[in-house]
Design a protein around this ligand. Structure first.
Ligand code: MN3
Length: 214
Protein backbone atom coordinates (compact mmCIF):
# COMPACT_ATOMS: atom_id res chain seq x y z
CA UNK A 1 0.00 0.00 0.00
CA UNK A 2 1.07 3.53 -0.59
CA UNK A 3 1.68 5.73 2.42
CA UNK A 4 -0.17 9.03 2.50
CA UNK A 5 0.76 12.58 3.46
CA UNK A 6 -1.97 13.76 5.83
CA UNK A 7 -2.98 17.41 5.75
CA UNK A 8 -2.15 19.51 8.80
CA UNK A 9 -5.00 19.65 11.29
CA UNK A 10 -4.75 23.49 11.32
CA UNK A 11 -3.84 26.25 8.90
CA UNK A 12 -0.24 26.97 7.94
CA UNK A 13 -0.22 30.25 9.85
CA UNK A 14 -2.00 28.85 12.92
CA UNK A 15 1.21 28.42 14.95
CA UNK A 16 2.43 31.99 14.38
CA UNK A 17 4.43 33.65 15.78
CA UNK A 18 6.17 30.59 17.19
CA UNK A 19 6.29 28.44 14.07
CA UNK A 20 5.97 30.75 11.04
CA UNK A 21 3.76 30.17 8.02
CA UNK A 22 6.57 29.97 5.46
CA UNK A 23 8.42 27.32 7.44
CA UNK A 24 5.23 25.31 7.91
CA UNK A 25 4.61 25.35 4.15
CA UNK A 26 8.14 24.22 3.30
CA UNK A 27 8.28 21.77 6.14
CA UNK A 28 5.01 19.98 5.44
CA UNK A 29 4.58 20.42 1.68
CA UNK A 30 8.20 19.94 0.61
CA UNK A 31 10.23 18.14 3.29
CA UNK A 32 7.58 15.83 4.72
CA UNK A 33 6.03 15.21 1.29
CA UNK A 34 9.44 14.22 -0.09
CA UNK A 35 9.89 11.54 2.60
CA UNK A 36 6.47 10.07 1.80
CA UNK A 37 7.11 10.07 -1.96
CA UNK A 38 10.58 8.62 -1.59
CA UNK A 39 9.34 5.90 0.77
CA UNK A 40 6.60 4.84 -1.66
CA UNK A 41 9.03 4.92 -4.60
CA UNK A 42 11.60 2.78 -2.75
CA UNK A 43 9.05 0.15 -1.72
CA UNK A 44 7.67 0.01 -5.24
CA UNK A 45 11.15 -0.21 -6.81
CA UNK A 46 11.99 -3.14 -4.55
CA UNK A 47 8.63 -4.83 -5.12
CA UNK A 48 7.80 -4.67 -1.45
CA UNK A 49 4.06 -4.87 -0.94
CA UNK A 50 3.03 -4.47 2.64
CA UNK A 51 -0.16 -3.86 4.57
CA UNK A 52 1.79 -2.52 7.52
CA UNK A 53 0.43 0.59 9.15
CA UNK A 54 3.11 3.25 9.50
CA UNK A 55 3.70 2.19 13.14
CA UNK A 56 4.12 -1.44 12.10
CA UNK A 57 6.44 -0.50 9.24
CA UNK A 58 8.73 1.40 11.62
CA UNK A 59 8.94 -1.60 13.95
CA UNK A 60 9.54 -4.07 11.12
CA UNK A 61 12.10 -2.42 8.87
CA UNK A 62 14.64 -5.07 9.84
CA UNK A 63 12.48 -7.93 8.51
CA UNK A 64 11.73 -6.44 5.09
CA UNK A 65 13.39 -8.24 2.21
CA UNK A 66 15.95 -5.55 1.38
CA UNK A 67 19.68 -5.15 0.86
CA UNK A 68 21.50 -2.99 3.42
CA UNK A 69 21.59 0.15 1.27
CA UNK A 70 17.87 0.01 0.47
CA UNK A 71 17.06 -0.79 4.08
CA UNK A 72 18.91 2.34 5.25
CA UNK A 73 16.99 4.42 2.72
CA UNK A 74 13.64 2.93 3.75
CA UNK A 75 14.55 3.46 7.39
CA UNK A 76 15.42 7.10 6.73
CA UNK A 77 12.31 7.93 4.71
CA UNK A 78 9.84 5.86 6.75
CA UNK A 79 11.21 7.56 9.87
CA UNK A 80 10.90 10.93 8.15
CA UNK A 81 7.26 10.21 7.39
CA UNK A 82 6.37 8.77 10.80
CA UNK A 83 8.15 11.47 12.80
CA UNK A 84 6.65 14.40 10.92
CA UNK A 85 3.18 12.86 10.92
CA UNK A 86 3.33 12.61 14.71
CA UNK A 87 5.04 16.00 15.10
CA UNK A 88 2.13 17.84 13.41
CA UNK A 89 -0.26 16.08 15.78
CA UNK A 90 1.49 17.18 18.96
CA UNK A 91 1.30 20.84 17.91
CA UNK A 92 -1.74 23.09 18.29
CA UNK A 93 -2.50 26.77 17.81
CA UNK A 94 -4.32 27.13 21.11
CA UNK A 95 -5.62 25.32 24.16
CA UNK A 96 -4.51 21.98 25.51
CA UNK A 97 -1.38 23.61 26.80
CA UNK A 98 -1.12 21.76 30.06
CA UNK A 99 -0.57 18.05 30.76
CA UNK A 100 -3.39 15.96 32.22
CA UNK A 101 -3.30 15.34 35.96
CA UNK A 102 -1.95 11.81 35.60
CA UNK A 103 0.73 12.86 33.10
CA UNK A 104 1.73 15.74 35.33
CA UNK A 105 2.00 13.32 38.27
CA UNK A 106 4.18 10.96 36.22
CA UNK A 107 6.39 13.85 35.00
CA UNK A 108 6.73 15.04 38.59
CA UNK A 109 7.60 11.56 39.88
CA UNK A 110 10.20 11.05 37.17
CA UNK A 111 11.69 14.50 36.58
CA UNK A 112 10.70 16.49 39.66
CA UNK A 113 7.96 18.60 38.07
CA UNK A 114 6.94 20.10 34.74
CA UNK A 115 9.63 22.78 34.75
CA UNK A 116 12.33 20.22 35.44
CA UNK A 117 10.99 17.97 32.72
CA UNK A 118 11.07 20.88 30.26
CA UNK A 119 14.65 21.76 31.15
CA UNK A 120 15.77 18.11 30.82
CA UNK A 121 14.07 17.87 27.43
CA UNK A 122 15.67 21.15 26.30
CA UNK A 123 19.05 19.99 27.51
CA UNK A 124 18.78 16.81 25.44
CA UNK A 125 17.66 18.82 22.38
CA UNK A 126 20.38 21.47 22.74
CA UNK A 127 23.18 19.01 23.28
CA UNK A 128 22.21 16.86 20.29
CA UNK A 129 24.64 17.49 17.43
CA UNK A 130 23.33 17.73 13.88
CA UNK A 131 19.96 16.64 12.53
CA UNK A 132 17.63 14.56 14.65
CA UNK A 133 14.73 14.51 17.07
CA UNK A 134 14.20 14.75 20.82
CA UNK A 135 11.58 12.50 22.40
CA UNK A 136 9.56 11.83 25.52
CA UNK A 137 8.69 8.13 25.62
CA UNK A 138 6.97 5.51 27.70
CA UNK A 139 9.45 2.64 28.09
CA UNK A 140 8.25 -0.27 25.95
CA UNK A 141 9.38 -2.94 28.45
CA UNK A 142 8.50 -1.11 31.62
CA UNK A 143 5.20 0.64 30.94
CA UNK A 144 5.30 2.72 34.08
CA UNK A 145 8.53 4.50 33.23
CA UNK A 146 9.14 7.61 31.14
CA UNK A 147 12.39 8.64 29.49
CA UNK A 148 13.83 11.41 27.31
CA UNK A 149 16.20 10.70 24.45
CA UNK A 150 17.46 12.26 21.21
CA UNK A 151 18.03 10.36 17.98
CA UNK A 152 20.00 10.93 14.79
CA UNK A 153 18.45 11.75 11.42
CA UNK A 154 14.94 10.22 11.40
CA UNK A 155 15.60 7.35 13.77
CA UNK A 156 12.96 6.97 16.43
CA UNK A 157 12.51 4.98 19.65
CA UNK A 158 10.20 2.43 18.04
CA UNK A 159 13.03 1.29 15.79
CA UNK A 160 15.40 -1.44 16.91
CA UNK A 161 18.93 -0.57 17.97
CA UNK A 162 18.57 3.16 17.80
CA UNK A 163 18.49 4.22 21.44
CA UNK A 164 19.47 2.51 24.67
CA UNK A 165 15.91 1.35 25.17
CA UNK A 166 12.83 1.26 23.00
CA UNK A 167 9.82 3.36 23.84
CA UNK A 168 6.45 4.60 22.69
CA UNK A 169 6.84 8.23 21.69
CA UNK A 170 4.35 10.63 23.25
CA UNK A 171 6.09 13.95 22.49
CA UNK A 172 8.78 14.85 19.95
CA UNK A 173 10.64 17.86 18.61
CA UNK A 174 12.22 18.21 15.18
CA UNK A 175 15.86 19.33 15.49
CA UNK A 176 16.60 19.59 11.78
CA UNK A 177 17.62 23.06 10.63
CA UNK A 178 14.78 23.00 8.10
CA UNK A 179 12.41 23.16 11.08
CA UNK A 180 13.64 26.55 12.29
CA UNK A 181 16.30 28.16 10.09
CA UNK A 182 14.02 30.49 8.10
CA UNK A 183 12.77 32.14 11.27
CA UNK A 184 15.32 31.45 13.99
CA UNK A 185 18.50 31.19 11.87
CA UNK A 186 21.20 29.60 14.06
CA UNK A 187 19.29 30.30 17.27
CA UNK A 188 18.19 26.78 18.06
CA UNK A 189 17.60 27.62 21.73
CA UNK A 190 14.86 30.17 20.88
CA UNK A 191 13.20 27.69 18.56
CA UNK A 192 13.19 25.07 21.32
CA UNK A 193 11.70 27.59 23.79
CA UNK A 194 8.97 28.52 21.32
CA UNK A 195 7.98 24.87 20.99
CA UNK A 196 6.36 24.87 24.45
CA UNK A 197 3.93 27.60 23.31
CA UNK A 198 2.43 25.27 20.71
CA UNK A 199 2.57 21.83 22.34
CA UNK A 200 -0.76 20.03 22.21
CA UNK A 201 -0.76 18.60 25.71
CA UNK A 202 -4.19 17.05 25.11
CA UNK A 203 -2.75 14.74 22.47
CA UNK A 204 0.42 14.08 24.49
CA UNK A 205 -1.72 13.21 27.53
CA UNK A 206 -3.92 10.95 25.41
CA UNK A 207 -0.88 9.08 24.07
CA UNK A 208 0.50 8.82 27.59
CA UNK A 209 -2.75 7.23 28.83
CA UNK A 210 -2.67 4.77 25.96
CA UNK A 211 0.79 3.42 26.73
CA UNK A 212 1.41 4.04 30.42
CA UNK A 213 0.45 1.31 32.90
CA UNK A 214 0.95 1.84 36.60
MN1 MN3 B 1 11.47 18.14 9.70
Amino acid sequence: MAYILNALGYSYNALEPNFDEETMHFHHDKHHAAYVNKLNALLSEKNITTNYSLDELIKNINVLNLDDTSRSLVRFNAGGHYNHDLFWQVLTPGGGRFPSKILLTALTDKFGGLENFISSFEKSALSHLGSGWTWLCVDSKNHNDLFICSTLNHDNPLMNNCVERNGYPILLLDLWEHAYYLKYKNNKADYIKSFWQVVNWDIVSERFSKFYRK
